[in-house]
Design a protein around this ligand. Sequence first.
Ligand SMILES: NC(=O)c1ccc[n+]([C@@H]2O[C@H](COP(=O)([O-])OP(=O)(O)OC[C@H]3O[C@@H](n4cnc5c(N)ncnc54)[C@H](O)[C@@H]3O)[C@@H](O)[C@H]2O)c1
Ligand SMILES: O=C(O)C[C@H](O)C(=O)O
Length: 356
Amino acid sequence: MQPIPDVNQRIARISAHLHPPKYQMEESSVLRRANCRAKGGAPGFRVAILGAAGGIGQPLAMLMKMNPLVSVLHLYDVVNAPGVTADISHMDTGAVVRGFLGQQQLEAALTGMDLVIIPAGVPRKPGMTRDDLFKINAGIVKTLCEGIAKCCPRAIVNLISNPVNSTVPIAAEVFKKAGTYDPKRLLGVTMLDVVRANTFVAEVLGLDPRDVDVPVVGGHAGVTILPLLSQVKPPSSFTQEEINYLTDRIQNGGTEVVEAKAGAGSATLSMAYAAVKFADACLRGLRGDAGVVECAFVSSQVTELPFFATKVRLGRNGIDEVYSLGPLNEYERIGLEKAKKELAGSIEKGVSFIRG
Ligand SMILES: NC(=O)c1ccc[n+]([C@@H]2O[C@H](COP(=O)([O-])OP(=O)(O)OC[C@H]3O[C@@H](n4cnc5c(N)ncnc54)[C@H](O)[C@@H]3O)[C@@H](O)[C@H]2O)c1
Ligand SMILES: O=C(O)C[C@H](O)C(=O)O
């Protein structure tokens, strides 16, 4: 007996859903939502994660799917984006999730985005510096930023890929070349240094880390990571031994994780937590919340260097204000000179990569 036509159509539809064409995740997920009358268009921001299938990208995607400020979440990677997208999309939170695989889907992933978070690129192995990642990650960041300049030039960009001290200048140069550069919208993510500093200082002081605020300035590698222990809140005093221990541990927190993972990568879970904390601050700023202040590596006139990490106030257009360093003690002034020396070279390396 011939099946009646509308049963045939239903079978075809179900079969298409069970066996979606490999490179058409976007179309198949739109179809599925249409058929199920999924509710889209909830108020909120559109966020893309580039490198979403990686060690940072996956927990970051999960945490962003849980963020009530996010209405649309685009997950882009050159591998495994379909699996991560299918998995995350089953979470019963508001954001609509769409996956994008490979360079040919980059533009679709970026179009219309308010915030783009970039954890794409290779991580360190024991014995490597972050600068050793430049060779591979510089090109990745360049390509992704060219896509941003073309498809969502007004998006806020949170750049995680290392070496941050060079990749942020690379991104700025790409945007300048495209005529889209807005220094208020490009932020290198140094939040993990603050998260670590809060944790380690709280341990020493015997406090809850949630009650501690440590400004960390400079950049995101070794001596360029400069915790300002004289400005810790609540106001606290430390012995010289505690200052040496804390400064060293905060500056080498990344290496501590790289060594403990013994070849299996660098910080991913604490980084995803830090990235979400920072992205949430950017989204609250975009929403118009007052007094949203976090540390980030940004275009700056605080020192003679063109980029520097300090506290910044986030608003509807990205960075509303870059704060000065505040009073430093002698130990911090010496640290600042060391940090600036190394930062100058890393920034120049990023700029030259684009300018040639
Ligand atoms: N800023 C920070 O505080 C901080 C902290 C931790 C790690 N990181 C850096 O973040 C980066 C990612 O770390 P991870 O542990 O997630 O690495 P990972 O290797 O686990 O994941 C990286 C992901 O990027 C993807 N990728 C590679 N090339 C791409 C491209 N052209 N377009 C899109 N995606 C691409 C890979 O497929 C992979 O899924 C590293 O450079 C690491 O050093 C920065
Ligand atoms: O240390 C690394 O290479 C990753 C990251 O920059 C970190 O600080 O954990």
